[in-house]
Design a protein around this ligand. Structure first.
Ligand SMILES: [Zn+2]
Length: 300
């Protein structure tokens, strides 16, 4: 398998006089016999890592990630003209779903034949859940396992000739993630302090899976700094709930958490939402294992 991060080096831009020309994407009903490799595009980092594992070294499949490696969550992502070009030439676009790809309607409007694999379909939390409306599915290992299974099925449907490889690779990767997940449940099951404060809403499904209670989010909307009043409310919550730790994410600035920490003497730890990192097959597993270590230390 090969993959590329260059935005347009190998895929010919279809820009004419500043106007986007959406190349008609032929329906790929018989892609196994297609003359060109199956071109898979993932929307962002966690799906790229999963696809890297599922595709493995399957011949005739290329993988690229649409958004730059440091993008993180796609809440505010604006699609570039080069992105549309990349999607115009994709045989399969793998998304997280649940509204994470805010640019999706723009993409499908321009590219009505774009074949989309929604890895988050069916993973929405019920309306009464604390994770209702939250699409950070991949941060929960249990939900990510379901994304991996759905991705393997979707890849197999797009390229039936390699279905066995996709399913075998997905099964191997899922076994490793399941093993880690079991270890996390065993390890976090006995933790005393279950109330946590996080930086953004990335951990709703994670907290649900591991029985943690997110009682405050320092910056509920990406990019917005909490006001002095919101900071002071969070400080009150930290004190009244005897919070043990504040959790920030490496992708976002830590000032607000540090202010709260100074006021309350509660330490700041880093939890990773696995939205950025190294592009290696084990990256998600390594980040999640580091999260386990952090939570054990922070909440003991
Ligand atoms: Zn997010």
């Amino acid at each position: 398998m090969s993959f590329s991060f260059s935005r347009s080096a190998c895929w010919v831009p279809l820009l004419l006089a500043g106007t986007l020309v959406a190349a008609p994407v032929a329906p790929t009903d018989t892609p196994a016999s297609a003359p060109h490799p199956l071109r898979v595009v993932t929307s962002f980092y966690p799906l790229q890592i999963a696809a890297l594992n599922i595709i493995g070294d399957t011949p005739g499949v290329t993988l690229r990630n649409l958004t730059p490696p440091l993008t993180g969550c796609l809440h505010d992502y604006q699609m570039s003209p080069a992105d549309l070009v990349a999607l115009a030439q994709a045989d399969l676009f793998i998304i997280n779903g649940g509204g994470m790809e805010a640019f999706l309607s723009q993409a499908t409007r321009q590219l009505p034949h774009l074949r989309i694999l929604n890895s988050g379909e069916g993973l929405e939390a019920p309306p009464t859940s604390p994770a209702a409306g939250n699409s950070h599915y991949w941060v929960s290992p249990a939900l990510h396992l379901r994304q991996i299974a759905r991705m393997a099925d979707g890849l197999a449907a797009a390229d039936p000739g390699h279905a066995a490889e996709f399913h075998r690779n997905a099964s191997n990767y899922s076994a490793r993630l399941s093993f880690l997940r079991d270890e996390m449940h065993a390890s976090l099951g006995g933790i005393k302090h279950r109330e946590i404060i996080t930086f953004h809403e990335a951990f709703a499904h994670f907290a649900l899976e591991f029985g943690l209670n997110i009682i405050a989010v320092i910056e509920p909307e990406n990019g917005s700094q909490p006001s002095a009043r919101e900071l002071s409310q969070t400080i009150d919550i930290v004190r009244s709930h005897h919070i043990q730790a504040l959790f920030i994410e490496p992708q976002y600035p830590a000032q607000a958490a540090q202010t709260i920490s100074r006021e309350t003497s509660v330490p700041v730890f880093t939890l990773d939402s696995c939205a950025t990192g190294s592009v290696t097959p084990d990256a998600y597993l390594n980040l999640m294992r580091a999260n386990l270590k952090t939570l054990r230390e922070a909440l003991k």
